[in-house]
Design a protein around this ligand. Structure first.
Ligand SMILES: [Zn+2]
Ligand SMILES: [Zn+2]
Length: 671
């Protein structure tokens, strides 16, 4: 049986699509530097509101293999697998030995085992041809009379072992598969290179075809290992956006390696120094072994103002960090509190890095976020969630376990990965209402069908990477009951407008957020990471992604949902600048009702960057109306529109920091 015929040999997300996705990632990061050099094209020139409302080609951009014709047999997916060693360092040469033991059902002639070297992220694929080249993999059988055929499908990162000849494999027979086999040290260059990102629960995925019909089924229990960070290279420190004068708050301090992986083994002392007066904090803080490389330190500010703290290694080995700005004021002046969130993250339960626990640990303890949502794909990855209720239940349980109203809020969520109409992540308020309606199901393969099925559940959908790669949004469909915000910035880039210096790759004018606004959709703006590297809220060095600033009454699921629905939110490319934008009493995200459209419209903006501000712009109906340069980290702008048009106008603010980070307010609409 040829490999080509066995589409199901290819892990569910097809090889070409993964290669394409990786290429897209690479493309974005390579071209980013070039794009950043472009001046921002004037919006009006670049903007074409609606290209077309014609239905998109119903053939998805990414076509997954159809497995419906195959029926698994009792012998499929059986057997056990062990791995050694079970801990590796990131980006290091490794030899990994798997022992696969055949189950009582045996493996018939024509059947076999596949081992997929993880595609997430940057493992050397297994190869069987060149003993001195990385990833060289050997297979030995415990029996001499069984003939095996071994082939490495390097493009798909799959090793295929088939029983050839005329003798089957029987119960308790073993296969020893050595990835990066140096053959007793003869070929040290044969070792494979490990994942770039630290995580628990990483595995090479095993599938078994027991009866030889060509249908491979994943093993129920895969052999997991752990990928550890390299040595600590830098400190990270984050603080809440707001605090109350005289009341203690906590900052997070963590140690990471040069790729931002958490260094759990770090032990040592760091110095803490307030930037400015009136801040009470211990001069040093200590990392003990049980801290797993992340600690919290108490800070109290005795006076109103902006607090920032510098954290440094007394020995000078680690790159120092300064916390993001914290605005300190009396509680009575605060109706809403600003919270930092990342509402789109992937774990190794689909195509990302890290266990669900790793993701929430990192979001809370390293990135110092107030809220996070793990949004693994409905149908993408080695064992798609829509076919794996156990894993979905696990995600719901972990999400509930990490949810702590008042300190760290999580949401049960998944990503509806529709390759025809665009991707949307679905956020639920309650675990008991959280169901995966998959884009692969004919019942939920269209946005209207999805919203119909979501029905009365307390949930939201959020369109993301709307303006281009990997998949733009087809904005003909929008449902204001479910969709009140849009993700304008993520690791994929910016979807605000064509020609943005950090524009998403493969940009499509009709998918841009401005296109949605021009259709009259009332969408607030948020950023989120769409991180696949296990670093929610951060991204890796030079790869900041996206964050959501959310003004909520308190840190609870209810209050965050209320704020998202009221669009009391703004987007950043990952920086933690503090933004206020309003027209009189109308805050960002709201609809201002004017008795007469000619009534005065005066907008006020205050921004406090976490780096100096380069410029502040107010955009009206997608056209920039006023731009002022910043002076330092603080900028204000008051602007009256002397040419008010009609009802239906909308205004939003766009800010650029000197360090190339961007901030967008949600619009204010006039009615
Ligand atoms: Zn997506
Ligand atoms: Zn995603």
């Amino acid at each position: 049986m040829s490999l080509e015929r066995d589409s199901h040999l290819v892990p569910p997300a097809s090889a070409s699509s993964f290669a394409w996705l990786v290429t897209m990632f690479m493309f974005f990061w390579i071209t980013h530097a070039v794009l950043a050099a472009w001046a921002l094209t004037p919006d009006a020139a670049a903007f074409s509101p609606q290209d077309s409302d014609n239905e998109p080609d119903p053939k998805p951009r990414v076509v997954l293999p159809d497995e419906s014709a195959f029926k698994p047999s009792k012998a499929d997916g059986r057997g056990t697998v062990r791995v050694k060693p079970d801990v590796f360092k990131v980006s290091s040469p490794v030899t990994i030995e798997y022992e696969f033991t055949v189950a009582s059902t045996g493996i018939a002639v024509g059947g076999g085992v596949t081992m997929s070297v993880s595609r997430f992220w940057f493992w050397t694929p297994a190869q069987t041809r060149w003993p001195d080249q990385p990833g060289y993999t050997t297979v030995k059988c415990s029996r001499n009379d069984v003939k095996l055929e071994v082939a490495a499908d390097v493009a798909n990162s799959v090793l295929v072992v088939r029983v050839a000849g005329d003798k089957p494999l029987a119960a308790a027979d073993t296969l020893t598969i050595v990835y990066g086999d140096t053959q007793g040290g003869q070929h040290p260059t044969a070792r494979g290179r490990s994942d770039r990102y630290a995580e628990r629960g990483e595995r090479f995925f095993f599938k078994v075809d027991g009866d030889g019909d060509g249908f491979f089924v994943p093993l129920e229990n895969q052999a997991m290992f752990r990928v550890e960070a390299k040595e600590a290279g830098r400190l990270l420190a984050y603080a809440p956006a707001q605090a109350t004068t005289g009341e203690p708050f906590e900052i997070t301090i963590a140690t990471v390696d040069q790729t931002y992986n958490r260094v759990e083994s770090f032990v040592g002392t760091v110095n803490i120094e307030p930037v400015g007066d009136g801040v009470a904090v211990a001069k040093t803080a200590r990392f003990d072994p049980g801290d797993r490389g992340a600690i919290r330190v108490r800070v109290t500010c005795s006076q109103d103002g902006v607090a920032r703290l510098k954290v440094a290694d007394p020995k000078g080995r680690l790159r120092e960090a300064v916390t993001n700005p914290t605005v300190v004021a009396a509680a009575k002046h605060r109706r809403y509190t600003l919270y930092w969130g990342d509402l789109q993250i992937h774990s190794n339960l689909s195509d990302g890095t890290g266990s669900a626990e790793d993701i929430y640990d990192y979001a809370r303890d390293v990135a110092g976020l107030d809220l996070a949502a793990l949004t693994d794909h409905d149908h993408w990855g080695y064992r798609p969630l829509d076919t794996d209720p156990k894993t979905w239940q696990h995600i719901l349980k972990v999400t509930a376990d990490y949810h702590r109203p008042g300190s760290f809020v999580t949401f049960p969520a998944y990503e509806w990965t529709n390759w025809t109409y665009g991707h949307r992540h679905v956020l639920f308020r309650h675990e008991h209402e959280a169901t995966i309606f998959s884009w692969q199901s004919p019942q939920s393969d269209h946005p209207e069908k999805l919203w119909k099925l979501l029905g009365d559940r307390d949930c939201m959908t959020i369109s993301h990477h709307t303006g281009g790669g990997p998949m733009p949004t087809f904005w003909k469909y929008m449902n204001p009951k479910f969709e009140t915000v849009v993700e304008v910035a993520s690791v994929h880039g910016v979807s605000e407008v064509m020609g943005h210096p950090r524009c998403i790759c493969s940009p499509v004018a009709s998918g841009m957020v401005q296109s949605a606004l021009a259709r009259g959709y009332r969408l607030g703006m948020i950023g989120s990471g769409d991180a696949h590297d296990g670093h929610p809220g951060l991204g890796s060095p030079g790869r900041r992604a996206g964050l959501a600033g959310i003004y909520a009454k308190e840190l609870t699921r209810d209050a965050i949902f209320e704020a998202l629905r009221a669009r009391r939110v703004y987007a950043t490319t990952g920086c933690r600048a503090i933004l206020r934008f309003h027209m009189g009493l109308a805050k960002m995200g709201s609809v201002a009702h004017l008795d007469d459209p000619n009534d005065e419209r005066t907008f006020s903006l205050i921004v406090l960057g976490d780096a100096p501000i380069r410029s502040v712009t107010i955009v009206k109906n997608n056209e920039p109306k006023v731009t002022v340069p910043g002076t330092g980290a603080f900028a204000t702008l008051e602007w009256t529109d002397t040419d008010p048009g009609s009802g239906g106008d909308y205004y939003y603010a766009r800010i650029e920091q000197e360090d190339g980070e961007w901030i967008w307010s949600s619009p204010i609409w006039i009615e």
